[in-house]
Design a protein around this ligand. Structure first.
Ligand code: FES
Ligand code: FES
Length: 148
């Protein structure tokens, strides 16, 4: 099966119903995308599919054939993604860091859709869970990236 991921075509030998998350991590060796819950609740596995933030743990790999997949490894090649990462660093958002690649993917997708989001838009887009409770720093970094 051929996948378009981070601007490249990659061949993978996997069952059609394998979750995209495992193809990214195990077959393609990109470990920035994390496994948290496996049931589309926590957002640790968030990637972009055709520019939309999606939870890859419940996405069969066959569903993304011919679509553009982007992972955290490529986020800084996007100008908005680069700004988000810089704001994340300046605000020192991560604690343990486990949830943060998913958070950055969700935040960047939000800012590409709404360059100056309202607090309500931030709240409704940033549904990723963080066990370390970095939510207020995440909101501050999203606001900083929006204004940058
Ligand atoms: S691992 Fe996919 S949403 Fe939690
Ligand atoms: S920084 Fe630890 S889970 Fe979010």
């Amino acid at each position: 099966m051929e996948l378009k991921i981070n601007g490249q075509s990659r061949q993978v030998e996997v069952e059609a119903d394998t979750p995209l998350l495992w193809v990214i991590r195990d077959d393609l060796g990109m470990t920035g995308t994390k496994y948290g819950c496996g049931v589309a609740q926590c957002g640790a596995c968030t990637v972009w599919i055709d520019g939309q933030a999606q939870r890859s743990c419940v996405m069969p790999v066959s569903a993304v054939q011919g679509r553009e997949v982007v992972t955290i490894e490529e986020i800084e090649s996007d100008p908005v993604g680069k700004r988000v990462v810089q704001a994340w660093i300046r605000q020192q958002v991560p604690q343990c860091g486990y949830c943060q690649s998913g958070q950055v993917m969700a935040a960047t997708a939000l800012l590409k859709q709404f360059p100056n989001p309202t607090d309500e838009q931030i709240e409704s887009a940033m549904t990723n869970l963080c066990r370390c409770g970095t939510y207020s720093d995440i909101a501050a970094a999203v606001r900083e990236a929006a204004q940058a």
